[in-house]
Design a protein around this ligand. Structure first.
Ligand code: ACO
Length: 337
């Protein structure tokens, strides 16, 4: 019988990222395409959000399909066999279905027969929530290798008649292997939430509150609803606070940040965080122009693209920071080794 998760020797290990991967679909939704379907303009979108284009999956593709592609890349990067995985955690607001979990579907696709698999939902903060959960299991000695994934097919819950939201979102998936082995070391993770902000960003129907019905469909209740300017104000405030909290947890401060990977929702939110944290442009990752907001996949894809850029040096302190529906927020400090 395989070893249960809690049967491993309990001792303190460092948790490190030993491989990353990502996938974005080929189909590009440009601002000029959106100009044709809603009352908007490329100029408005670029100046208010920084987004030039985003990606969209084909109709028959679901979240587990793109999550699997990112997972395989991360496993290859880590030189790890799927049977060596103890756990798979997927963060998503667009699961293939309510159950089984998307993580179980990925487990089947990659043949990770020794893993325990489950999903978590923390909207755009979800990938860092996964990292934090994985960190705890590795540090306690309860697991050796954990696959964490942020994957979204937001195009399927986006209302392409609503100019307030359809310009923002895109599809993609990113993955990382968190391990007891040596790699980019997770120095800290910090998580937070405030359910009082639950009505600022939500998807009204399809759950037990408003099950799917002809009425919910006619009222477009299966699409994202958002109070954009309220989310904006919250985001600007929380990016700084959450970054400082994660730094504090590992006895670092703002001046120790070598590179910031912020959630990719809006270039103005990123620039604001950059200013508040006294960072120059070259120290901040940006791909919001290419992909828009991919919710839980944003940080995951950004982490993989940062890894592939091979720009960072040994010992650099990299901060991940995100905010999202819930409201939720999360941050992490990683030492590049
Ligand atoms: N094209 C043209 N005009 C538009 C568009 C558009 N696509 N969208 C809105 N407008 C109009 C509005 O109707 C409004 O017009 P009015 O003044 O006549 O009423 C005007 O532009 C200004 O609207 P605001 O909402 O005040 O614009 P703002 O500068 O706040 O930008 C935006 C809107 C881009 C949505 C911004 O508020 C934002 O980025 N908020 C954060 C959103 C976010 O990060 N969401 C993701 C959360 S993550 C998750 O968990 C999924």
């Amino acid at each position: 019988m395989r070893q249960g998760l809690f049967n491993l020797k309990a001792s303190q290990y460092a948790a490190s990222i030993i491989g990353t991967g990502s996938y974005v679909p080929d189909t590009v939704i440009s601002n000029s395409y959106l100009e044709e379907i809603v009352d908007t303009s490329d100029k408005w979108i670029v100046s208010r959000t920084g987004i030039k284009e985003r990606r969209k999956v084909l109709d028959e593709i679901a979240t587990s399909d793109i999550a699997t592609k990112a997972a395989i890349q991360a496993l290859n990067d880590a030189n790890l066999d799927p049977i060596e995985l103890d756990m798979i955690i997927v963060a998503t607001v667009t699961p293939d279905m309510a159950f089984p979990s998307t993580a179980c579907l990925v487990q089947k696709s990659i043949g990770a027969i020794n893993a325990t698999a489950f999903d978590i939902e923390a909207a755009c903060s979800g990938f860092i929530y996964c990292l934090s959960i994985a960190e705890q299991f590795i540090k306690s000695g309860s697991a050796n290798n954990i696959l964490v994934i942020g994957a979204e097919v937001l195009s399927k819950i986006t209302d392409y008649k609503d100019r307030n939201t359809c310009i923002l979102f895109g599809d993609g998936a990113g993955a990382a292997i968190v391990s007891k082995s040596k790699g980019y070391q997770i120095l800290s993770t910090y998580l937070g939430s405030d359910g009082n902000g639950c009505d600022l960003l939500y998807l009204p129907a399809g759950g037990s509150r408003n099950p799917a019905s002809i009425e919910t469909i006619n009222k477009s209740m299966h699409y994202i609803k958002m109070e954009g300017s309220e989310v904006f104000k919250f985001a600007v405030r929380i990016m700084e606070t959450a970054t400082e909290k994660a730094l504090e947890l590992c006895n670092l401060n703002k001046s120790d940040i070598d590179y910031l990977i912020p959630h990719q929702a809006n270039i103005r939110i990123i620039e604001n965080a950059m200013k508040r944290l006294d960072l120059t442009e070259d120290k901040v990752f940006v791909n919001v122009d290419k992909y828009g907001n991919m919710s839980a996949a944003s940080i995951a894809v950004a982490l993989d693209e940062t890894n592939k850029m091979k720009r960072l040096s040994n010992g650099d302190n990299v901060v991940l920071v995100a905010f999202g529906g819930g409201l939720t927020w999360a941050s992490s400090v990683i030492r590049w080794l």
